[in-house]
Write a protein that binds this ligand. Structure first.
Ligand code: NAI
Length: 302
């Protein structure tokens, strides 16, 4: 089995460097026509230069692939719509969207300005919302779509100094959960990728020997599997240094304690039993929690 993307059209945001560039090069090398999007700014989101996306387009074309550049900021919905319109005008469809563009504004929460919190949410969360919204109708109409949200271990598990970034990255997991449900009827599969890679975003955070192991290209095989025809949906795939893991949002079986005057004390007393992971599930939708709770309550009152 070879994963090929011939005839497929992909948009990769933030593809002027780092992980996005690797994703774009790999998709193009395996047959996809690629919109290489990048604002071309600094890690903190300041500035902008269309040269970053243009250089990757040049690389793809000189290797015999198909690509066009977009300098749109994912924060600008009108510019994102124009980018999608350009892809549709050029190739007639959009099959794959890789929401990868991102910035950092790290500071401890105590020192973080609200403006830095909002900007990070705007780029990561609203950027992905804009791009997804702009391709959603075309994907529904063609009954095919593969969308990846780039999440992060900082969102899934937390990281000092990244309250803004972590919140934005976990919000993308929430976005994926519902879009995968809403897209299923039209074969739109939505997944999350949590990468670990040596890029300009992380180069100051890790020692040289570790950075060498974490070449961004080692994440891209995971991305390709998430946007392939046989892709899963609602997966959170973790990838780094050629290793792959899965993360899950789970629900424990819990216990029924009723609703009496002493229930707060009972909840505090039974923390361990409530959190017991035996019988834990990965719910298929949010309704599972209510169903489980009602079921336990009915059994308790029988
Ligand atoms: P990077 O800084 O090399 O790539 C991000 C790209 O997004 C840059 O080329 C930048 O110009 C572009 N960009 C920023 N704001 C934009 C906007 N408004 N519109 C369009 N493009 C914009 O960093 P890296 O590491 O390649 O990051 C890629 C994605 O992976 C990001 O979403 C990041 O949060 C995520 N990530 C990276 C990890 C790592 O270990 N490198 C860990 C977890 C997540």
């Amino acid at each position: 089995m070879t994963l090929r993307f011939d005839g497929r059209v992909a948009i990769v945001t933030g593809a002027g460097g780092g992980l996005g560039r690797q994703h774009a090069l790999a998709l193009a090398a395996r047959g996809a026509a690629v919109v290489v999007n990048d604002l071309g700014g600094a890690v903190d989101g300041s500035g902008g230069a269309p040269a970053a996306a243009a250089a990757v387009v040049e690389e793809i074309r000189s290797a015999g692939g198909k690509a066009i550049a977009s300098g749109a900021s994912v924060t600008d919905f009108a510019a994102v719509q124009a980018m999608v319109a350009a892809a549709l005008a050029e190739w007639g469809r959009v099959d794959i969207l890789v929401n990868n563009a991102g910035i950092l504004r790290d500071k401890s929460f105590a020192k973080m300005e609200l403006a830095d919190f909002r900007l990070v949410l705007d780029v990561h969360l609203m950027g992905a919302v804009h791009c997804t919204k702009a391709v959603w109708e075309a994907m529904r109409a063609q009954n095919y779509g593969r969308i990846v949200m780039t999440t992060s271990s900082s969102g899934l598990y937390g990281n000092f100094g990244q309250a803004n970034y972590g919140a934005a990255k976990m919000a993308l997991v929430g976005l994926m959960q519902t879009l995968s449900i809403e897209g299923a009827k039209h074969d739109i599969r939505v997944n999350c990728l949590a990468p670990t890679a040596a890029t300009r975003m992380t180069e100051k955070l890790m020692p040289e020997a570790v950075l060498r192991l974490l070449e961004p290209g080692a994440v891209t095989p995971g991305l390709l599997a998430l946007v392939a025809e046989d892709a899963p949906t609602r997966a959170i795939l973790c990838a780094g240094a050629g290793s792959f893991e899965r993360a899950y949002v789970t629900l424990t079986q819990g216990i029924h304690l009723g609703h009496d005057d002493d229930t707060p004390e009972q909840v505090a007393l039974h923390c361990d039993a409530i959190g017991d992971r035996i019988g834990e599930t990965v719910p298929e939708s949010g309704a599972a929690q209510g169903t489980l709770e009602i079921d336990k309550a009915m059994r308790a009152h029988r």
